[in-house]
Design a protein around this ligand. Structure first.
Ligand SMILES: Nc1ncnc2c1ncn2[C@@H]1O[C@H](COP(=O)(O)OP(=O)(O)OP(=O)(O)O)[C@@H](O)[C@H]1O
Ligand SMILES: [Mg+2]
Length: 251
């Protein structure tokens, strides 16, 4: 068997924001991360650490100040369109069209992602099945519950069956059952040899799902590696202790 290929790589990825006239925010500083096929990379970090900014740069929503990311062989700076075709991006703010139903929303996104008309209906059915959405397929988005909306956002990000998923806090706002649906889906997706990069605040999600973890603090990677390797290195017994040690500067 050939070794799994690197699907996402960041190379000194950096973002500075200009906040007001004088203040510059170093949101992400020279980040070097890698995720291979069949791998889930989890980005952990406190509020404001730079997780969303990192995921946005990988997804071509924000352009890096310096450095770059290479996604499925395409540089985000040079080939943003190709990058977009190979990823499904789930943002924390949902931005759904309130008047459209899930069926209409997904049809729209399938079309703009170039899915052939004859495949759209069966793909929607498949996604409804995966995420257990059939019951509310024809209800307007503004009439959906928070969890239903989150499922719809998720469905929208995977409708074109991309090889790479970039998920910003995918289980946010979900009840236990729905959260399990989503984590089970991520596991299946990984078993299919696809690549997932996600951010989360939930340690149990990270422990269950992630092959590799990057702890981000103040725009920098403070710990990076497989969970067992990180535990061994830091002498802690669980991810939560490791997280606090890292954030408190004790590792
Ligand atoms: N558009 C922007 N303009 C200016 N500053 C920004 C912008 N977006 C993010 N920042 C700043 O960059 C830093 C990192 O923010 P980011 O949203 O990446 O954090 P995060 O790790 O996702 O946090 P959270 O856990 O709260 O979602 C913060 O200091 C934030 O204020
Ligand atoms: Mg965020």
């Amino acid at each position: 068997m050939t070794s799994p290929s690197i699907q996402v790589r960041t190379v000194d990825l950096t973002k500075k924001f200009q906040a007001g006239k004088k203040e510059t925010i170093d949101a992400v500083k020279k980040l070097n991360l890698e995720a291979k096929s069949g791998e889930v990379l989890g980005i952990l970090g406190p509020n404001g650490a730079g997780k969303t900014t990192t995921l946005r740069m990988i997804s071509t929503i924000l352009s890096p100040t310096s450095g770059t990311a290479v996604v499925n062989g395409n540089d985000v700076r040079k080939n943003p369109l190709q990058v977009r075709q190979s990823i499904g991006y789930l943002a924390t703010e949902m931005g759904l069209y309130e008047r459209l139903t899930p069926v209409e929303t997904l049809t729209f996104f399938a079309k703009i992602n170039g899915l052939e008309q004859r495949l759209i209906d069966s793909r929607i059915e498949e996604v409804f099945d995966i995420l257990d959405m059939a019951d509310f397929g024809d209800r307007r988005a503004d009439k959906l519950s928070t969890g239903m909306k989150q499922k719809l956002s998720l469905a929208r990000s995977i409708i074109h069956d991309p090889p790479i998923l970039i998920f910003d806090e995918p289980t946010q706002g979900l009840d236990l059952m729905t959260s399990k649906t989503v984590t089970d889906y991520i596991k299946e997706f990984k078993e299919d040899g696809k690549t997932i990069i996600l951010s989360t605040h939930i340690m149990s999600v990270a422990e269950k799902l992630c092959d590799k973890i990057a702890v981000l603090f103040d725009g920098e990677i403070k710990a990076y590696g497989s969970l067992p390797a990180l535990m061994k290195k830091s002498g802690t017994s669980n991810l939560e202790s490791l997280f606090f040690d890292v954030v408190n500067g004790e590792t």
